[in-house]
Design a binder for this molecule. Structure first.
Ligand code: MD6
Ligand code: FE
Length: 216
C-alpha cells in the first residue's frame, strides 16, 4: 500500500493571507492537537466550562473558561479581565507551556515577533452555538495580535473590518487551523456562524477555540 491512511495528520501547514493584518495558518496546530485537548481537559477540571451572561442579560452560546494571569469574564456588570475565576475565587490555571509555544510560533509566522500571551480564553461550542460579530477590545495594548486556534468540528468564521457595517469575509476553519489578526486588523469585527452537528474523531460533538491575547 502506498497511500497514507492518516495523510491529514502529516499534512504540511500552509499560510493564507486574508488582507492586511490577517493570516490563516492552515493545519498549524494539527500535530499538537491531541495534547492541546488533554491540556484543555486539565484546565477545565480546575476551572470548569460555564455559560456566561452578557451585560445585557443574554446567555453566551459557547461555554467558556480561561487560563493565564488574566481571564476574560462577562456578567451583568460588564466585560473585563480579572485574575480570579469568579466561580471559585481561585486564580485561573496557568497557560500550559505547549499553548504559549504554539501561540508564539503562530504570531511569529504571521509577522509578530515576541508575542507572550497572558490570557487564553477557551470556548467550547456545541451544535447550535455561535458568536455574533464583535471586536476584541478589552485588552490594554492593541499592538499585540490575537491568535485563535480551532480544534474539532469545522465552523464558518467571519472576518469583517474596523466598522460593524464592513461586510465580513467568510472563512471555513477546520481542525488545527490558526487565525492571527493584528496591526491594522486588530480591531476588526469578527465572529462565527452557527456550529453544525457532527462527530469529530478527537472532540466528538464539539468545536474548541483557544484565543490568546496580551491583556495586561
Ligand atoms: C472563534 N472567537 O471561536 C472566534 N472572541 O473562532 C472569538 O472571536 C472570541 O472565542 C472573544 C472571546 C472569545 C472568543
Ligand atoms: Fe473575538
Amino acid at each position: 500500500m502506498t497511500g497514507d491512511l492518516f495523510e491529514s495528520e502529516n499534512e504540511q501547514p500552509w499560510a493564507e493571507s486574508r488582507g492586511e493584518g490577517v493570516v490563516v495558518l492552515r493545519r498549524f496546530a494539527r500535530a499538537d492537537a491531541p495534547r492541546l485537548l488533554d491540556d484543555i481537559q486539565k484546565i477545565a477540571s480546575q476551572a470548569g466550562f460555564r455559560i456566561m451572561i452578557t451585560p445585557g442579560g443574554h446567555q453566551m452560546s459557547a461555554a467558556m473558561t480561561c487560563a493565564g494571569d488574566w481571564g476574560w469574564v462577562t456578567d451583568r456588570k460588564g466585560y473585563r479581565y480579572q485574575h480570579e475565576d469568579p466561580q471559585t475565587g481561585a486564580p485561573w490555571p496557568a497557560i500550559p507551556e505547549r499553548f504559549s509555544q504554539l501561540a508564539g510560533r503562530a504570531a511569529e509566522e504571521a509577522g509578530f515577533s515576541g508575542f507572550q500571551p497572558d490570557a487564553c480564553l477557551i470556548n467550547r461550542y456545541e451544535p447550535g452555538a455561535k458568536m455574533g460579530l464583535h471586536q476584541d477590545r478589552d485588552e490594554r495594548d492593541f499592538s499585540w495580535p490575537i491568535v485563535s486556534v480551532s480544534l474539532g468540528l469545522p465552523i464558518v468564521f467571519q472576518m469583517g473590518g474596523p466598522k460593524r457595517s464592513d461586510k465580513p469575509e467568510r472563512i471555513l476553519l477546520e481542525h488545527g487551523d490558526v487565525v492571527v489578526w493584528g496591526g491594522p486588523a486588530r480591531l476588526n469585527y469578527h465572529g462565527v456562524l452557527t456550529l453544525k452537528k457532527g462527530n469529530h474523531a478527537l472532540t466528538g460533538p464539539y468545536r474548541y477555540n483557544l484565543t490568546f491575547r496580551k491583556a495586561g
